[in-house]
Write a protein that binds this ligand. Structure first.
Ligand code: ASP
Length: 602
């Protein structure tokens, strides 16, 4: 028989009691985290959101409770009434916030029983954790673990801080619909069939992009929303099909004004973990970031900049290098300090690593007692030594080189830099390094179709300095390739190598918007079909405006120190976009399909 709660009210959480509470009569409620049976004494670790408290039940002073305690198992739900007693006798547990006290129980109410959980909840750290799939299936149990409780709580606090910051600065929270029409972020849409309009479909928002711009046209001046976004993309470790953004838009704003809001809001949020981010973040253009780090989101917690060796090799007769340089490619390197002793095996692994990013191989120089190199025979010692000095390498260092197209060299060495940073522990884990990357390219070139796509989205404004170039490239077919050089008023906020936010100043004039659709190879009819309502809106007095969106999950991953996005979401999906607890996506019955006018192919 279970006990009932009746009028009993808890007086404290399981994380609250301290030495100063000794002598108080208290009521705690929570789950049995652990039970230890010592015959006449039974010890219970009682757990709730607040933490753990040790509860002791003595046969001598609480006979009935002691009998009940014998039959308790993990995850049973209890109320306990008792007196706070000191553990100053030397038994205190310094690992526990409540470790100076315990509760000497007078009465136990067993409010509910629990089946034996399919995995152990009380494991320290991540060792011995059950598989993630099992934990996702029983997410409600997994979420009871203190670490996930902490993460979800941190997330709630972060969002509360965001709202506080934005509200104080006159931003208005405006909700936009989830049942929408295709939006322009360039990923695949999630589609919802309409029952009332058979054969027609809503799309879930990839972001509220167009609607937030329309709130500017509608005169709201400063908008924000904690917005849910849906993108049907191939999943990666730090991606989920649905995620949450802080979405922001401002009228009459230039890029610097937007940066100040990004800096301010992140600064306010990071105070949560007692980290003071700089008031003004360093800025770096996209071009510089790519040149120095091979990445548009460089992790600045360690140095290891890319070194350009192309200049030293312009006259080389080593044909693979000559060919690369002849085609406008590059030869660049990273220097790994003190690693002249890299073994063949490690170099082979790193070689395989860069190949995943499209590099044809990895050449190396090792400045050990003797200088050795995979290129010694073909380049000769003199050239090798010159390369080492251009790369600013010193005795004891290893130099790792990649040759190829600029984009491949950047991708391969950018990733290798991060990989080595991790391998060699060169990342300062206690540091928080911020950066605003500016002047992103306006377009990406798709080599297969020889077409240009929007690097950010099609409403991003070109830089004033590049407007003429943009017009020239759009209006003259022969100069279309110049689109690749047009820079946009687009920017990202980066913390510790994570892209935490991105945005742009938008196009607010319909002529430039029309040119942009043309640049993207989108006929005006096609553009009208997709965004006609928005093009109309642009014609009714659109203020200059711009904004950004910040990833709530990414931000919380940094706040919580995890690389797993599922650690900061209460109910995430697996890497293959399934919810294992609800078993979704699931099938729907024939009648429902019929109503929607949909037939599923076998
Ligand atoms: N809508 C953009 C995104 O989701 C952000 C922005 O441009 O404001 O990435």
């Amino acid at each position: 028989m279970l006990d009932t709660l009746g009028n009993l009210e808890r007086t404290h959480t399981c994380g609250e009691l301290r030495e100063s509470d000794v002598g108080k009569q208290v009521v705690l409620m929570g789950w049995v985290a652990k039970k230890r049976d010592f015959g006449v004494f039974t010890f219970i670790d009682l757990r709730d959101r607040g933490g753990l408290t040790q509860v002791v039940v003595s046969e001598e002073t609480a006979k009935e409770a002691h009998v009940k305690a014998k039959n308790l198992r993990g995850e049973f739900v209890l109320a306990v009434r008792g007196e706070v007693v000191s553990r100053a006798d030397g038994t205190h547990n310094s690992k526990l916030a409540t470790g100076d006290i315990e509760v000497k129980v007078g009465e136990i109410l067993v409010l509910n029983e629990a089946k034996v959980p399919p995995f152990q909840l009380e494991v320290a750290g991540t060792e011995n954790l059950a598989s993630e799939d099992t934990r996702l299936k029983y997410r409600y149990l997994d979420l009871r673990r203190p670490r996930l409780q902490h993460n979800i709580l941190t997330r709630a606090k972060a969002v509360a801080r965001i709202r506080e910051y934005m509200d104080e600065r006159g931003f208005i929270e405006i909700e936009t619909p989830i049942l929408l029409k295709s939006t322009p972020e360039g990923a695949r849409d999630f589609i919802v069939p309409s029952r009332i309009h058979t054969g027609k479909f809503f799309a879930l928002p990839q972001s509220p992009q167009i609607l937030k711009q329309i709130t500017m046209i509608a005169g709201f001046d400063k908008y924000y929303q904690i917005a849910r976004c849906f993108r049907d993309e191939d999943l990666r470790a730090d991606r989920q099909p649905e995620f949450t953004q802080l979405d922001v838009e401002m009228s009459f704003a230039n890029a610097e004004m937007v940066y100040r809001v990004m800096e301010g809001v992140f600064g306010h949020v990071f105070k949560l973990i007692n980290v003071d981010l700089p008031e003004q973040w360093p800025r770096m253009t996209y071009a510089e970031a790519m040149r120095r780090y091979g990445s548009d989101k460089p992790d600045l917690r360690f140095e290891m900049e890319l070194q350009d060796l192309s200049g030293e090799l312009t006259d080389t007769d080593f044909s693979p290098f000559a060919e690369v340089l002849g085609k406008g490619g590059e030869i660049k390197a990273v220097v790994v300090k003190g690693k002249a002793d890299y073994s063949r095996k490690v170099l082979d692994e790193l070689q395989e690593f860069v190949k995943r990013y499209g590099a044809s191989g990895l050449a190396w120089i090792k400045l050990g007692d003797e200088t050795t190199s995979s290129l010694l025979k073909v380049l000769g010692l003199g050239t090798i030594e010159r390369l080492a000095s251009t790369a600013k390498a010193e005795k004891g260092d290893a130099i790792l080189m990649v040759a190829g197209k600029k984009s491949v060299v950047a991708a391969a060495l950018g990733a290798l830099r991060n990989e080595i940073g991790k391998r060699e522990n060169s990342i300062d884990r206690s540091a928080y390094r911020t950066l605003i990357v500016t002047e992103f390219p306006m377009f990406e070139h798709d080599e297969d179709t020889d077409r240009y796509t929007a690097a950010h989205h099609p409403f991003t404004s070109p830089m004033d300095e590049d407007l003429e170039l943009f017009k020239q490239a759009v209006e003259n077919d022969a100069e279309h390739h110049l689109l690749g050089q047009v820079r946009a008023k687009a920017y990202d906020a980066v913390i510790n190598g994570y892209e935490c936010a991105g945005g742009s100043i938008r196009i607010h004039q319909k002529e430039i918007q029309a040119l942009n659709f043309k640049a993207l190879g989108m006929s005006i009819e096609k553009a009208r079909e997709q965004f006609g309502f928005f093009l109309d809106a642009l014609e009714y007095g659109t203020p200059p405006h711009g904004g950004f969106a910040a990833g709530i999950e990414r931000t919380c991953m940094i706040l919580c120190g995890t690389e797993n996005i599922r650690d900061v979401m209460a109910f995430p999906k697996t890497a293959s976009a399934q919810d294992l607890m609800m078993d979704s996506p699931g099938e729907i019955d024939g009648a429902q399909l019929g109503e929607l006018g949909i037939k599923v192919n076998d």
